[in-house]
Design a protein around this ligand. Structure first.
Ligand SMILES: *[C@@H]1O[C@H](CO)[C@@H](O)[C@H](O)[C@H]1NC(C)=O
Ligand SMILES: *[C@@H]1O[C@H](CO)[C@@H](O)[C@H](O)[C@H]1NC(C)=O
Ligand SMILES: *[C@@H]1O[C@H](CO)[C@@H](O)[C@H](O)[C@H]1NC(C)=O
Ligand SMILES: *[C@@H]1O[C@H](CO)[C@@H](O)[C@H](O)[C@H]1NC(C)=O
Ligand SMILES: *[C@@H]1O[C@H](CO)[C@@H](O)[C@H](O)[C@H]1NC(C)=O
Ligand SMILES: *[C@@H]1O[C@H](CO)[C@@H](O)[C@H](O)[C@H]1NC(C)=O
Ligand SMILES: *[C@@H]1O[C@H](CO)[C@@H](O)[C@H](O)[C@H]1NC(C)=O
Length: 682
């Protein structure tokens, strides 16, 4: 690689000796040969890339390189008529060189590099550091030194405090105290006076020109970065000075550099020199570039990069944390617990809040035993949904509750109101259902609009639908689901006049989290089976009992329990015993019903309302009866069932209601007196 890098060395002597004419000498180095025969070096060395390294990073070292032969710097005075005092004068000279100062850390390097013209290549006692290997305190400023130097200093000059930046160029004569100095800079071509700062320590190649006009006695010093192809026309330093007294006949030209407590690599990349003529321009593209990173500095750099990236990561983490905290403050909607995260049916509170317009009262489409139901538009599907808002007294059991809702969410049947999902927010529980536009069976029978009468065919179809839905819950799904609150207001009618059973399984939720009672009886008066009221045990037969009450209700158009201790079952049973079963039929129907079906429904209603749970049919049997696949046994053969025992039960139950034992009693806003939801134990 070293040898591949092009270097060239030209040495041209033109008319080497001439007494009358000024001598012309010029040489050019574009990169340096490893075995450079025409240079003397001290402390300096030529490195593989073709650079001449004047100093390394060691502290307090001096490095020097000089052109091997002395150069005649004086011109005999040709003005014969001049006064006796005039001796030989300093010749014009011109030099162009390219150097680089590479510091381990920018701004921390030292000390500098100096283009030097001196009578000798030996500088006895010369010191490193500020003295740049040229002077020492004992000879600094002595006229006998005969040393001319242009210093490129990266540390404040000796005894100089003015240039606090240290980054300066100075013209020194016999002394380290500069005759003229200026912070490094150059005037950009095209701009009149705008001086660009130049960082000598940047590690990049820097060009410099030193010109002495022997006739007009002017010293010009110019610097520019390597990227400036053309030499700036305005020099950085231009002073009038006669070097005739300073320079001697034979002088050595070269460079001296030193480090002190601070150190840099000082490199020379190219150099041309000429007496009595402009220095040959260096072909910049041929010059070797300084190594970008040296060992220790590269380590420091990578450390820096590491530290920087680490701090960036840490700062961004803090920012993210801060934003999250802020977000939670501003949007206090939800904080999810672990178990909530992987529930596919979980809705986002914010979405439901928007869907129901902030649970506005105008969006309420019903008020049930559990709480209000709001209409909304699902943000995900755009479909209409019903959102049931349940407020619970405590948060206990939320997890079990959610698990249950999750599993209920998987139920799918054409006669069920599909549960789409749920959401919890503090003590609020939101359950999202399909929106069923036609409302409940209860309102169609008891509060019809415009004297609308639900026909028998539709009623029979609805009853069959409810039975089908219940059968699915009891027997056809993977586990037994008890509805626990079958009643007309929980039967919703869709646009095809099909029954959709809603709120299934929910009643049990009231058990969870209600601390004291294990026997939480939940249901609606008139639909609660006797054994459920007595021992609080719900089963599929308690659902069948409630379905029986629904059958009678739909057939008769009367509520299961009416004012003044009216009990529908007893009344229908009485009608039956009196042989006038058809007199129980809803008067609104007139004659618009099928007698056989009506009889079937009334009898099935009575059978399902049997006092003994084991006497009631299963839902599968109910469907077989409704389909006419199985005959209903004769009522007289039902055994234990008699109106006396039913009466007995119901009157006891009603007494219980009015006593203080049952403290919570909620009246449905829709219902008449007999129609109520009851949460026993609350
Ligand atoms: C050194 O300079 C002389 C001329 O003085 C030249 O002939 C010689 O080739 C140079 N040496 C090298 C190694 O370039
Ligand atoms: C640096 O250069 C000096 C000579 O100027 C030499 O003595 C020293 O060993 C060098 N240090 C390194 C680390 O190369
Ligand atoms: C020679 O010196 C005289 C007086 O010092 C001066 O007037 C004259 O111009 C000089 N001539 C040249 C060619 O420098
Ligand atoms: C400039 O150099 C001369 C030596 O020739 C010296 O006497 C003089 O004091 C210097 N001027 C400054 C300002 O350093
Ligand atoms: C030195 O600089 C001055 C001012 O820019 C200029 O007029 C003069 O020609 C320059 N002399 C040399 C030898 O470069
Ligand atoms: C500079 O050197 C390159 C090759 O290194 C060469 O192609 C180019 O012509 C040279 N330019 C001049 C002005 O000599
Ligand atoms: C780099 O550092 C290692 C030790 O850390 C040393 O052995 C090696 O010589 C160094 N290389 C250079 C080019 O300075």
């Amino acid at each position: 690689m070293a040898l591949a890098i092009s270097f060239s060395f030209l040495l041209v002597f033109l008319s080497p000796i001439s007494s009358s004419h000024p001598q012309n000498l010029q040489f050019i180095f574009e990169g340096f040969n490893r075995k450079e025969a025409n240079l003397t070096t001290k402390g300096a060395s030529i490195i593989s890339s073709g650079l001449l390294r004047i100093t390394n990073l060691s502290e307090n070292v001096i490095g020097q390189t000089f052109y091997r032969k002395p150069i005649k710097m004086l011109t005999p005075n040709s003005n014969t008529s001049s006064s006796s005092s005039s001796g030989p004068t300093a010749s014009s000279f011109s030099t162009h060189f390219v150097f680089a100062i590479v510091s381990p850390t920018p701004g921390r390097g030292g000390f500098g590099i100096a283009f030097t013209i001196s009578p000798s290549t030996n500088f006895p006692k010369a010191e490193a550091g500020h003295y740049l290997g040229l002077f020492y305190s004992g000879n600094d400023g002595n006229r006998l030194n005969h040393i001319f130097a242009v210093e490129f200093d990266t540390v404040n000059g000796l005894n100089e405090n003015s240039d606090s930046k240290g980054n300066h160029v100075g013209i020194n004569i016999n002394s380290m105290v500069s005759n003229a100095s200026k912070p490094a800079g150059y005037v950009k071509e095209g701009s009149v006076s705008n001086e660009e700062d130049l960082d000598l320590e940047s590690g990049d190649l820097i060009q410099a020109w030193v010109d002495y006009d022997g006739k007009n006695k002017i010293i010009n010093v110019t610097v520019a970065p390597i990227r400036v192809e053309k030499r700036p026309s305005t020099p950085l330093l231009s002073i009038g000075y006669d070097l005739s007294d300073v320079l001697l006949e034979n002088m050595f030209v070269g460079f001296s550099s030193s480090t002190g407590k601070k150190s840099s690599y000082h490199y020379l990349s190219g150099w041309s020199f000429s007496i009595n003529g402009p220095a040959p321009p260096l072909n910049l593209s041929k010059l070797p570039a300084p190594p970008k990173q040296e060992n220790s500095s590269s380590f420091k750099l990578s450390t820096k990069v590491l530290i920087a990236s680490l701090s960036v990561i840490i700062v961004s983490l803090f920012v993210i944390l801060f934003c999250l905290t802020l977000y939670k403050r501003i949007m206090p909607f939800e904080r999810l617990e672990d178990w909530e995260l992987d529930c596919p049916h979980r809705f986002c509170y914010k979405d439901l809040y928007t869907a129901t317009k902030g649970f506005k009262d105008t969006e309420v489409i019903g008020v049930g035993g559990f709480g209000a139901v709001y209409k909304g538009v699902s943000p995900s599907t755009g479909c209409e949904v019903a959102v049931k808002k349940i407020t619970r007294s405590c948060q206990e059991g939320m997890k079990e509750f959610a698990a249950e809702i999750e599993s209920l969410g998987r139920l799918r049947h054409k006669n069920l109101v599909n549960l789409q999902g749920w959401c919890k927010k503090k003590n609020h529980l939101l359950i999202v259902y399909d929106y069923i536009p036609y409302g409940s069976l209860d309102s169609l029978i008891f509060h019809p609009k415009n004297d609308f009468v639900l026909g028998w065919e539709q009623r029979f179809n609805i009853l069959r639908g409810v039975a089908s839905g219940l059968l699915y819950l009891h027997e056809e799904w993977e586990q037994v689901v008890l509805h626990r609150d079958v009643k007309s207001s929980n039967v919703l009618i869709d646009s095809d006049m099909n029954a959709r059973l809603g709120d299934f399984g929910l009643a049990r939720l009231h058990d969870h989290g209600e601390m004291s009672h294990t026997t939480g009886v939940v249901g609606t008066i008139g639909y609660i089976a006797p054994e459920l009221a007595r021992i609080g045990k719900a089963s599929t037969s308690t659902d069948v009992f409630a379905y029986g009450a629904l059958l009678l209700e739909v057939a008769t158009g009367r509520r299961p329990i009416g004012p003044e201790h009216f009990v529908l079952v007893d009344w229908v049973m009485e009608c039956y015993h009196l042989g006038r079963l058809m007199s129980a039929v809803d008067l609104n129907l007139g004659l618009g019903f099928v007698v056989e079906e009506m009889e079937l429904v009334l009898k099935l209603g009575l059978l399902c309302s049997h006092y003994k749970p084991e006497a009631r049919p299963s839902m599968r049997q109910v469907i077989r009866h409704l389909n006419g696949e199985e005959e209903i046994p004769e009522i007289d053969h039902w055994g234990l069932f008699d109106s006396q025992s039913v009466n007995h039960f119901h009157s006891r139950f009603m007494q219980g209601l009015s006593s203080d034992k049952i403290t919570s009693y909620r009246s449905s806003s829709l219902g008449a007196i007999s129609y109520a939801s009851l949460d026993a134990g609350r």
